[in-house]
Design a binder for this molecule. Structure first.
Ligand code: GCO
Length: 451
């Protein structure tokens, strides 16, 4: 996209029906980890262990959204952001994971939803954004096939309690990240490692995504139902056939593992043979159960990865060549700033005829923001957003079925294993005082949405 196009970037170019929003997740913002009958989640327990999260940061208070939600929703309104994506905490609603409902938990989300609606903001609800109740983890968590039933019950409760007011739903957030980081690498909650945990977690998660879709559709026939996936644009390190093959395997693992079964295509076993290890967890009839015809697919993109063949990396035989080593511009997360990644990802998934509609449910960047004279001049984030939105427009103008774009995220928040160090927000948070300062990126987005 040419520079002059970028300067002319206007909301109108996307059409009236294009959705604009901002995304959050319960554990990253709510705090109030044990308030009003809430049970512990795997993140409450994981953050309490030594050496897991940088500087032993935790989400016990986070952005205190539990108590400050009205102020934060007012800020969404001030920024002219029409749609707000957030998730519900399973252990706030079902402290024991199953069974008895904690009415205060339900009431909290009803207050949030009602306040959005009163403010003219459309709520978009994610049922599961990584915070499994700890009691269920003690029974094996996502490795135990019973989780499909536990998750189904939780999804039904959400549909029954919030379905009259929430019309846009997402079953899960980024299954490959929470299973990969939480059940294979052990760097996210619950901190399990190895193929013996990863393989069953993959299959039970994939079954739960489709089952969650079916439950929402049968309870809420008029709602728009989707689910979200992390996607990284992948390129081979060299022209060699080994690097190409490694890139194909990485793509199957990072981008296709969960989407293709949902689309009725099964797991990408041919391109990633280690997925044969799932077989012993697959029961007769499961293959059909993995598919569900979602109204939209949420894609979340932040960067691209360069992939090299690596004989020594078990199962996948591929490794990422870090952006830092490649001497390219990076964010606080060490991720390359590479705006056309989002365009390539859109084109890639637009080519699947089974996908009806795509929404970018997350895109954004962490940079080392500082407050100077009451302002946060985050011009790198402004540019990041402009460049990525311009790439979304380019794909849309070429006929891609992309229908919305959500920024990650509203306020700086708890960034999982990285704690509070990476700041992703359009709004700066002073975590000592809970003061909020709208960053220049927030002001830019506000003006863009007004245009
Ligand atoms: C994810 C989650 C978010 C993250 C964000 C930045 O995509 O990993 O949805 O919770 O905070 O992506 O890493």
């Amino acid at each position: 996209m040419k520079e002059d196009n970028l300067q002319n970037l206007e909301r109108e170019q996307f059409g009236d029906n294009f959705r604009w929003g901002v995304s959050t997740a319960a554990y990253q913002i709510e705090g109030a980890f044990d308030a009003d009958g809430k049970g512990l989640s795997i993140w409450d327990v994981f953050t309490n262990k030594r050496g897991k999260v940088k500087d032993r940061h935790h989400g016990q208070i986070a952005c205190d959204f539990y108590n400050c939600f009205q102020g934060d929703i007012n800020l969404i309104k001030q920024l002219n952001i029409p749609d707000f994506r957030f998730s519900v905490s399973w252990s706030r609603i079902l402290p024991e994971g199953t069974g008895k409902i904690n009415q205060s938990g339900i009431d909290f989300y009803k207050r949030v939803i009602d306040f959005c609606l009163e403010s003219g903001i459309t709520p978009w609800l994610t049922v599961y954004h990584w915070d499994l109740p700890h009691v269920l983890e003690q029974k094996g968590g996502w490795t135990n096939r019973d989780v499909v039933n536990w998750f189904s019950d939780f999804t039904s409760i959400c549909a029954q309690n919030f379905g009259d007011t929430v019309k846009h739903w997402m079953v899960m957030n980024e299954p490959s990240v929470f299973t990969g980081a939480g059940y294979f690498m052990g760097i996210h909650a619950p901190g399990r490692r190895g193929m013996g945990n990863f393989a069953p977690a993959i299959h039970h998660t994939a079954l739960s995504i489709a089952e969650g879709g079916r439950i929402l559709r049968s309870n809420l026939p008029d709602a728009e139902i989707g689910t979200t996936f992390s996607c990284t644009h992948i390129e081979p390190y060299s022209h060699s056939s080994r690097d190409h093959a490694a890139a194909t395997r990485a793509d199957a693992l990072l981008n296709r593992l969960f989407i293709e079964p949902v689309l009725g295509l099964g797991y990408p076993v041919n391109d990633l043979p280690v997925l044969r290890k799932l077989e012993k967890h697959i029961k007769p009839g499961d293959e059909a159960k993995l598919a569900f015809d979602f109204d939209f697919i949420g894609l979340q993109n932040y960067t691209r990865e360069i992939v090299k063949s690596s004989f020594f990396t078990p199962y996948i035989g591929a490794r990422l060549v870090k952006a830092e080593k490649r001497k390219v511009p990076i964010t606080t997360m060490g991720w390359e700033v590479y705006p056309s990644a989002i365009y390539h990802i859109l084109k890639k998934f637009d080519a699947y005829p089974q996908i009806r509609k795509i929404i970018i449910t997350e895109n954004g960047a962490a940079f080392p923001d500082t407050v100077e004279e009451g302002s946060v001049r985050d011009e790198k984030r402004v540019k990041y957003l402009q460049d990525h939105i311009a790439q979304v427009l380019k794909a849309k103008q070429e006929g891609c079925k992309v229908a919305g774009y959500f920024v990650w995220t509203l306020t700086d928040n708890f960034e999982w294993a990285e704690g509070y160090h990476p700041r992703f927000g359009l709004i700066y948070v002073n975590f000592e005082t809970q003061e909020r300062i709208v960053k220049d990126s927030g002001k830019w987005f506000r003006n863009f949405l007004k245009s």
